[in-house]
Design a protein around this ligand. Structure first.
Ligand code: HEC
Ligand code: HEC
Length: 260
């Protein structure tokens, strides 16, 4: 029977022989020349930057995530490079998208933010897609009018989202993509700001069958004012305590109702 000392000695000899035979640079698992993992702030490729930083919320390839789809040429052209860079660098205020640039406390360099925005435009944009069109403003230019928004909703949205926005009546509407969910649900509205709603109303959701502000030929394109008013009407369905079984919230300053 061999002693444990002998066993250890044999292992060391074997290891030395292996090193000698293979050479240090060929150890299994050791990255080859130029294969070392880059420091996070040295990664510059769009695909990796997008996947690591954005896809969890905006979806793989810019689609089907919980937040706004970014693979939308109309959105990319409408928002544009110069607006998106500060959005990504500084975060979307009041919403769950934080700031990404190191200058705002995030992890990305200015160059990385540039590469992500340019990459989205290069991969998912379509040059000239808005040429000759007059899209509504990126931000509202008129005071929001909730009552007018309800009328605009009836004209431009109800056939797909139902007369009251709950989506229930949408089935069988005169549209090829007639099934759309509720967009007045307070829980949904608590997760999206008026900014995000304006993005959807103007740029549509092409992957899901929702047209942009021009509609799909059933009616006139929406005006800037109609977009602002529809967003205000949708936003008017927000409640103070979304997702609660008692949606009529207690007035300011009072304790929530006691329950046994
Ligand atoms: C934690 C989730 C999350 C991550 C991660 C995230 N976003 Fe967002 N993003 C959001 C939300 C939520 C909104 C919409 C907010 C709203 O309702 O207006 C948004 C909005 C945007 C908008 C549109 C803003 C506007 O004002 O029109 C852009 C552009 C955008 N994100 C780009 C990115 C990019 C690029 C990345 C990766 C660097 C990223 N986001 C990562 C959650 C996220
Ligand atoms: C041709 C049908 C159609 C029209 C017209 C239409 N939508 Fe949509 N909309 C959809 C579909 C389909 C979806 C994606 C499925 C879903 O979210 O239920 C959608 C999604 C949305 C969403 C995102 C909902 C979510 O859960 O992420 C919002 C907000 C929205 N629509 C608002 C509007 C507004 C406001 C109008 C009118 C200005 C409008 N839509 C007009 C079909 C339509």
């Amino acid at each position: 029977m061999r002693t444990s000392l002998q066993t250890a000695g044999a292992s060391i000899v074997a290891a030395i022989l292996l090193l000698a035979a293979e050479g240090c640079s060929h150890l299994p698992g050791k990255p080859g020349f130029r294969q070392e993992t880059l420091r996070p702030d040295q990664t510059l490729g769009f695909a990796i930057l997008y996947k690591d930083n954005c896809s969890a919320c905006h979806g793989d390839g810019g689609l089907n995530g919980p937040a706004l789809p970014l693979d939308n040429p109309v959105y990319l052209a409408w928002a544009g490079h110069d607006r998106m860079v500060p959005i990504v660098a500084g975060g979307v205020s009041l919403q769950s998208m934080h700031a990404f640039a190191q200058s705002s406390g995030g992890m990305l360099t200015g160059q990385q933010v540039e590469n992500i925005v340019n990459g989205m435009i290069a991969h998912w944009g379509r040059p000239g897609i808005l040429d000759g069109t007059h899209p509504p403003g990126y931000t509202a230019t008129t005071a929001p009018d909730i009552v007018a928004g309800k009328t605009a909703f009836q004209a431009h949205c109800a056939r797909c989202h139902g007369a009251d926005g709950t989506g229930a009546a949408a089935t069988g509407a005169a549209s090829k993509s007639s099934v759309a969910g509720s967009i007045v649900d307070p829980t949904y509205l608590s997760l999206i700001g008026n900014r995000g709603l304006r993005d959807i109303v103007v740029a549509g959701l092409p992957g899901e069958g929702m047209p942009d502000w021009r509609g799909d030929g059933f009616d006139e394109p929406m005006t800037d004012k109609q977009v602002t008013d529809v967003v205000a009407w949708l936003g008017s369905h927000r409640v103070r305590f979304p997702g609660q079984p008692f949606p009529s919230s207690p007035p300011t300053g009072q304790n929530p109702p006691k329950r046994n």
